[in-house]
Design a protein around this ligand. Structure first.
Ligand code: IPD
Ligand code: CA
Ligand code: CA
Length: 261
């Protein structure tokens, strides 16, 4: 479980950004908050964490490309490798003093995500995976849950906020799914939602209207933990479409049929 040099760079960067966010989380009331869009807040903490990640990740690998939520995209000298970063996933939770948010870092190589780190500083849970090496949380190997019965399963999603137009689709999903399962959760961090499927904490997750940085690290962590993860529309591309569905293998068919039909 030593991990590659790149994975170690990612973990160090995630912990450093996490420390900065924890300090700001404690002073959350004093943060300057600006509106970037309905329900989508950007804080000073967010920008500071992204600056730390940029310094650590591009400092160590200056030729790689860069895609991050706040400052956008930088083309690298090496066109095959790119960091995909969300410095703070769960901003709304953060600003409300809810301790459920994470730093998310992925490395893409030739269009495939090859490693991912999701760090939840409030719980000191570091989720990570590399292609072909399995997925881990701190010192433990991650495995999806083995539950195959809908009525025993818990699912997570993100619900539209601030007048988003995808409310009818979400309500339809919920109307179909809720009577069949043990519960639906909306925890407010897509990155942690995917990490939690990997950890077997819930059986499945789906969401629309996400961005590449919300999902990139979660994709490899989910896959390496044994989850099935697909674009919500079959044949699509998760990162470009921003729509994802993932679940343990035992429940995937039943769950995805309900959501996709
Ligand atoms: C958000 C979270 C949330 C999801 C939103 C995302 P942010 O990311 O992942 O769970 O439902 O769509 O935008 O804005 O906190 O980085
Ligand atoms: Ca996000
Ligand atoms: Ca964010």
């Amino acid at each position: 479980m030593g991990g590659s040099a790149n994975l170690n760079i990612m973990m160090k960067a995630a912990r450093k950004a996490g420390r900065s966010l924890v300090k700001d989380f404690r002073e959350v009331e004093n943060l300057q908050v600006s509106m970037k869009g309905a329900g989508d807040f950007v804080s000073r903490a967010d920008l500071a964490a992204e600056a730390i990640l940029k310094e650590e990740l591009l400092g160590a690998r200056p030729t790689y490309g860069w895609l991050a939520e706040e400052e956008g995209e930088i083309e690298g000298q090496d066109p095959t490798r790119r960091w995909i970063v969300d410095p703070l996933d769960g901003t709304t939770n953060f600003l409300h003093g809810l301790p459920h948010w994470a730093v998310s870092i992925a490395l893409e190589h030739k269009g495939q995500i090859v490693s991912g780190v999701i760090y939840d500083p409030a719980k000191d849970e570091l989720f990570f995976a590399e292609k072909g090496e399995g997925a881990f949380m701190n010192d433990s190997r991650l495995r999806v849950s083995g539950r195959g019965s809908m009525i025993e399963s818990i699912f997570a999603t993100g619900v539209p906020f601030g007048g988003r137009s995808d409310l009818p689709e979400t309500l339809q999903d919920l109307a179909r799914l809720m009577p069949t399962c043990a519960g639906v959760r909306r925890f407010g961090s897509a990155a942690l939602d995917m990490a939690y499927v990997s950890a077997g904490r819930y059986e499945g997750f789906w969401e629309r209207r996400l961005h590449a940085w919300d999902m990139a690290a979660g994709i490899i962590i989910a896959r390496e933990s044994g989850a099935l993860i697909e674009p919500l529309t079959p044949g699509g591309d998760i990162l470009n479409d921003g729509e994802v569905i993932c679940a343990n293998e035992a429940i995937f068919q039943k769950f995805s049929k309900l959501i996709r039909d």
